[in-house]
Ligand binder design. Structure first.
Ligand code: ZN
Length: 418
């Protein structure tokens, strides 16, 4: 695949510009706000840049949550499951403070995709589930009421995973190059301007989809994809910017972001989806696979590589064989143009059209923020312990929207907006 990257030299100035974009455009930090920054301990130089940019934007205080892959791995290797699963009282009161402060949260990803390879997935998910059970009410309480953003910076382990044949230095250059291209930082023009145009385009397309009131989407491609999913009446298509309902400030949850997404009606789809990119799950690859759906559930699957893993994923719980997301991304996406797998959903899900197995998004329902997960589920938004995106966009993918009266409207042709 053609590589058409900017080849930006990663200078301190370029990094500073990226940090400013994350703070001012991504999280859109407002004067007087508290910021919570989640970042790897090895990335302290970039953490300092983000921190300073937050203060320059008027932040009242920036608090850091340092992460460290190699230490998390040691915890999982040596500490008992019930010890790790426990949420300490101080952790809970810290989470409780978020409800009063409604901080801006900035997540900077740079983790090694294989950080947890070899650790029992059962232990990982049991610990995750039990901690999430205690902490979720706090997160639910600030959902929709605070600004947050996830962005990424290169790390050596991550770069070597993407470019195993290269020297560490060259791999880092290539990964940085790709990251900066996808977030529209080219070292020359104003990235905020490029983002304004980009988010306006996504908003226009989402508005158009919302106005159509489609009941079904039908996907077809020469690779064997022939699939129809029903949509939830009144559920919205969303993308790029989101608004903090507490203060009306808009922010960008993911950088990069190319998708317009909704949650389809769980339990109502038919046909075959053929994956067009490898899927990395639990640090293992599933390749060249397809999934057959009947009455809304995956009934069979075929993978050239990772068959067992795919079957296991579909059986994670009662609803992991149903869809929680349908997302539209044109083939011209900068992530797609990079032409390699990032092993990081933040990037990989922005390569082309995809769906996700497992949990959906209650926010797409008109009054979604005020619903419990069970209420949203009763209205057709899937719920599951997994949410796994896989890519189905191809160069010839055609998608039709089907209205309640049966009339069809072209949405995608040849892998891009019709
Ligand atoms: Zn998505």
């Amino acid at each position: 695949m053609e590589r058409n990257l900017f080849a930006v030299k990663v200078t301190q100035d370029v990094l500073r510009e990226y940090a400013r974009l994350i703070v001012r455009f991504g999280a859109n930090v407002q004067p007087g706000q508290t910021v919570l920054l989640y970042i790897a301990a090895e990335q302290s130089a970039f953490a300092a840049m983000i921190t300073e940019e937050c203060y320059l934007a008027g932040a009242k205080k920036v608090n850091l949550e340092w992460q460290c892959d190699s230490i998390s791995r040691l915890h999982f290797r040596y500490a008992a499951q019930d010890v790790l699963a426990e949420v300490a009282e101080w952790e809970e009161s810290k989470a409780g403070r978020m409800i009063e402060e409604l901080p801006c949260r900035i997540f900077i990803e740079s983790e090694d995709p294989d950080a947890m390879a070899g650790i029992s997935p059962e232990k990982l998910s049991a610990v995750h589930r039990s901690r999430a059970g205690v902490l979720k009410p706090y997160l639910d309480a600030i959902e929709g009421k605070h600004q947050w953003t996830i962005a990424a910076i290169a790390s050596e382990k991550w770069a070597m995973k993407c470019f195993p044949g290269e020297t560490a230095e060259r791999a880092m250059e290539k990964l940085w190059d790709a990251i900066l291209m996808t977030v529209r930082v080219d070292g020359v023009s104003d990235p905020a301007k490029a983002w304004q145009a980009h988010t306006a385009f996504i908003e226009k397309k989402a508005d158009w989809l919302n106005a159509q009131g489609f009941r079904y989407l039908h996907y077809k491609s020469a690779n064997g994809t022939d699939f129809t999913t029903e949509l939830i009446p009144g559920a919205r298509w969303e993308g790029a910017a989101t608004v903090n309902t507490h203060n009306g400030v808009s922010y960008i949850p993911n950088m990069p972001t190319e998708e317009i997404f909704t949650s389809p009606l769980a339990g109502s789809c038919e046909g075959t989806l053929v994956a067009t990119k490898p899927l990395s799950w639990n640090s293992q690859l599933i390749e060249n696979f397809s999934i057959q759906f009947k009455n809304g559930r995956a009934v069979s699957c075929k993978a050239e590589k990772g068959q067992e893993l795919l079957e296991k994923m579909l059986r994670m719980d009662d609803c992991s064989d149903m869809l929680g997301e349908a997302a539209l991304v044109p083939k011209e996406s900068p992530v797609n143009r990079c032409g390699f797998l990032f092993f990081e959903t933040l990037f990989d899900e922005n390569a082309c059209c995809h769906v996700a197995l497992g949990a959906g998004f209650k926010e797409v329902l008109p009054d979604g923020d005020s619903l419990t997960v069970a209420e949203a589920q009763a209205r057709g938004v899937n719920d599951s312990v997994i949410h796994v995106d896989f890519m189905i966009g191809s160069d010839d993918l055609a998608i039709d929207g089907i209205r309640p009266d049966g009339s069809r409207v072209p949405v995608f042709r040849d892998g891009t907006w019709a």
